[in-house]
Write a protein of this length. Structure first.
Length: 422
């Protein structure tokens, strides 16, 4: 397993994702990548859901003469994305106005909030509009959305189970826009549980000319929610790292509030890993204790570094990678949460809604993909393979977790590299 540097397109992806990309680094990557780099860049950006941000950043540099041969393609793609953005904005405003007339004042989460307060609209895609309401408002909100043309794709039986075993319901409009109505922020059977009342109680109002005011979480809570979402993806999405980067750069952000919240819910490890990844890939200014992984045990730091987080971030997951996914989450977890997951896995009490996600109608269908002793043995085997592979390449096993990820006294400003598979 040998180290290789990032490809030109991967360097462009990271550089154009920064809040202030370097013209010199962009030009160098363009020269090295040649004509094919633009298509590769587009592929990476679309996969991570950041095409608008990357192209908007590139477009600003192209006005000053950077990479002129790709300017026409950039402008065409941005024009299409701006049309989509206009539709998202109009439909979000229509939904929130309609709910307001019905007497509801939902909290707007994720992309809907970040596009108003952090990003230019074209820079932040929306998979759907996520709103948080109190449990006793869910039925009324869904009824109001039905009046606006929204319908569910799930059966009544599944939707009834959502109320007990899930934290949101999703409805869709024939035009293609979706709304997720949350009454919680994390699944009720997960060890990590965010308190929706905290988010509602501490919310703020954002105003923008031409749009109705929207209520959003306090930025510290948005950051912790972003880390929670990233943890559920095993810290594998660049879009959430970019969200984290922009939130971390806010001048009035209360890091003590963030630390306390993350410690309370058991997200300190994931916060450290996500911030260190953002620091390596995007130049994020992060508190030193968090970027160094303090709060994680030496064994966790070593295991996380051995899984090569930058490679995991860039490379497309392969089928059958459940072991990698769960192992990464386990090493990021607080020890008591790790024990909780292992016990749950051993007795086979996994996701009670697996039958819905599998498209089945029978809740009694067993889910053997990530439960049982067999899966735990698979995790142990995968960890053994990782350990042997890293011993073979003589990765230093120190309290800093090895070179290339966690900062150390002799290499505080390391740059990301990717490990080739054996």
């Amino acid at each position: 397993m040998s180290e290789r540097p990032l490809t030109p397109a991967e360097r462009l992806l990271f550089e154009l994702s920064r809040a202030a990309p370097s013209r010199a680094r962009v030009e160098a990557a363009c020269r090295e990548g040649g004509a094919g780099a633009f298509m590769d860049l587009q592929h990476h950006a679309m996969r991570h859901g950041i095409q608008g941000l990357v192209l908007h950043s590139l477009s600003r540099l192209q006005r000053d003469g950077v990479w002129p041969e790709s300017r026409e393609a950039t402008d065409e793609a941005l024009t299409r994305l701006r049309r989509q953005t206009l539709f998202w904005d109009m439909e979000q405003d229509r939904v929130l106005t309609g709910l307001g007339r019905a007497g509801f004042d939902p909290l707007v989460l994720k992309g809907g909030a970040l596009r108003r307060g952090i990003f230019a609209p074209v820079e932040r895609a929306m998979g759907d509009l996520d709103i948080l309401v109190r449990p006793d408002e869910v039925s009324g909100v869904l009824t109001s959305l039905a009046g606006l043309g929204y319908r569910s794709e799930y059966t009544d039986r599944a939707r009834g189970e959502f109320l007990e075993h899930h934290h949101h319901d999703r409805v869709a409009h024939p035009a293609g826009f979706m709304v997720e109505v949350h009454w919680g922020l994390t699944r009720p059977y997960e060890a990590i549980r965010l308190d929706p009342e905290r988010f509602l109680r501490r919310s703020i109002v954002l105003e923008a000319e031409g749009s109705p005011p929207i209520r959003v979480p306090r930025m510290e809570d948005t950051l912790v929610h972003t880390v929670s979402q990233s943890e559920q993806d095993a810290v594998r999405g660049l879009r959430r790292l970019i969200d984290l980067d922009r939130l971390a750069s806010l001048p009035d952000l209360d890091w003590d509030d963030v630390r306390t919240h993350a410690d309370t819910v058991g997200l300190r490890g994931s916060l450290c890993v996500a911030l260190r990844l953002a620091q390596l890939c995007l130049g994020t200014e992060a508190p030193e204790d968090l970027a160094r992984g303090r709060g994680l045990t030496p064994a966790s730091r070593r295991a996380i570094a051995a899984m090569h987080p930058v490679r995991r971030l860039l490379e497309e997951p392969e089928r059958g990678e459940a072991a990698d996914f769960h192992l990464f989450r386990l090493w990021c977890a607080r020890p008591d949460h790790r024990d909780h997951w292992l016990r749950t896995c051993l007795v086979g009490s996994g996701d009670p809604l697996h039958w819905v996600w599998l498209g089945e109608e029978d809740p009694e269908v067993e889910d053997e993909r990530t439960t049982g002793l067999g899966f735990l043995l698979k995790l142990a085997l995968y960890q053994s393979i990782l350990s042997l592979a890293n011993l073979r390449t003589r990765i230093r096993q120190s309290d800093d977790g090895g070179p290339g990820f966690w900062p150390s006294a002799d290499a505080p400003d390391a740059h990301p590299t990717i490990q080739d598979d054996p």
